[in-house]
Design a protein around this ligand. Structure first.
Ligand SMILES: Nc1ncnc2c1ncn2[C@@H]1O[C@H](COP(=O)(O)OP(=O)(O)OP(=O)(O)O)[C@@H](O)[C@H]1O
Ligand code: NI
Length: 368
């Protein structure tokens, strides 16, 4: 059993402008000790997705569908009180982008961490304090005993984020969720914090969800990646596989726009256009309005998660074997299927599967 199994999670915001389909049916799993990177452009729904996991979405936002099983238990059945007392900051810790939102300026850093330890464990003040100093040491804070007595404002940004990480570790959670934890930091400090996340993984064997817009950062810390676009998961794969063999046109574009081992700043190719509104997203495939590989069906057929390799799925019709004439589409098409049409792309006949083709380089397949 995976540590966390998210299925069809759907979170909408009911605003005066309309229904914001921020997260629209995403599924992923996390095994024990594994780090999943949740990647995508701003507005893709990454933060709403992870906030949904912990019941942190506030009205007008609501989780309207799906399932979140953590160690086999359905978190959506938990009350707010149960989530607060039994899950948040105990089994699952959250690290935010802005460290100061998690640190209270009027208490010393050490006292804030000790308090959490005492809250979750049956320990004396002294034991909690010793553990606090040990944790500060583990996250690379020099002179931890003295630092523990200081206030948050006496810490630099990088040190504050380390303190937050110590705080997140203090209850020995099974899962840490980090939402863009390094974006507020300068590049050198960022790299150090990423190293720290790696060390923590090794030492504590904690599972992690790491939210970022940067596929380069993902490489540093993640075992597997889920690429999000406009509320949906476009592609899921182990990092190396995703990096070497991206299948979804969006992932390919995202990689071309990212600094990586093989691609320097001067060679970047930014993704054209901007993400459409989540209030009235494009029909069919949501990426189609920016997709260089889009064809007629993309406006009408919602792609499923097609298996394109081992532990590798892509939600792109290129890899589907449906066509508009396929009756299965009308079960899920929600009235979008339409009638007539071009007869699709003839993939129902067991023709060559898209995954046999090399999707690398500029062109996606050769048959369009
Ligand atoms: N309180 C809210 N009310 C209405 N819409 C919201 C609210 N919070 C988020 N959204 C919308 O939900 C969508 C997803 O937002 P989210 O913050 O999850 O994106 P993100 O991928 O985390 O982006 P970023 O990289 O900028 O943090 C966006 O369209 C956003 O405008
Ligand atoms: Ni976000």
């Amino acid at each position: 059993m995976a540590l966390l199994e998210v299925e069809d999670l759907t979170t909408y915001f009911y605003t005066e402008e309309g229904i914001v389909q921020a997260v629209d049916g995403i599924s992923f799993e996390i095994e024990r000790g594994e780090t999943l990177g949740l990647v995508g452009e701003s507005g893709a729904g990454k933060s709403v997705a992870v906030q949904s996991l912990l019941g942190l979405v506030r009205p007008p936002g609501h989780i309207v569908d799906g399932s979140i099983r953590f160690k086999g238990e359905e978190l959506l059945d938990y009350s707010e009180t149960e989530l607060r007392n039994e899950v948040r900051g105990k089994e699952i810790s959250f690290i935010f982008q802005d460290p100061m939102s998690a640190l209270n300026p009027v208490f010393t850093v050490g006292s804030q961490i000790s308090e959490i330890i005492e809250h979750h464990h049956d320990v004396t003040d002294e034991e909690a304090w010793d553990r606090t100093v040990e944790l500060l040491d583990d996250v690379g804070i020099p002179d931890p005993a003295e630092r523990a007595d200081q206030y948050p404002h006496e810490f630099s940004g990088g040190m504050q984020q380390r303190a937050i990480i110590a705080m997140a570790l203090s209850c020995e959670p099974d899962l840490i969720i980090a939402d863009e934890p390094t974006t507020a930091l300068d590049v050198t400090i960022q790299a150090q914090i990423l190293d720290l996340f790696n060390d923590i993984q090794t030492e504590y064997d904690t599972s992690m969800i790491y939210v970022t817009h940067d596929l380069g950062v993902v490489r540093e810390v993640c075992d597997r990646v889920a690429v999000m676009y406009l509320g949906e998961v476009a592609e899921k794969a182990p990092y190396e596989e995703l990096y070497r063999n991206p299948k979804h046109p969006y992932t390919q574009a995202l990689l071309r726009s990212t600094v990586t081992a093989d691609r320097q700043v001067g060679e970047l190719d930014p993704i054209e256009g901007s993400m459409p509104s989540a209030i009235d997203p494009p029909s069919g495939c949501r990426y189609r309005t920016r997709c260089p590989a889009a064809f007629a069906d993309c406006a009408e057929v919602e792609p499923a998660d097609y298996e394109v390799g081992p532990d590798h799925e892509a939600a792109c019709l290129i890899y589907g074997d449906e066509s508009k004439s396929d009756p299965r589409l009308h079960e899920t098409g929600g009235g979008r299927g339409g009638s007539g049409g071009t007869g699709g792309r003839g993939r129902t006949d067991g023709g060559p599967r898209a995954d046999d083709r090399d999707a690398g380089g500029g062109g996606l397949g050769g048959d369009r």
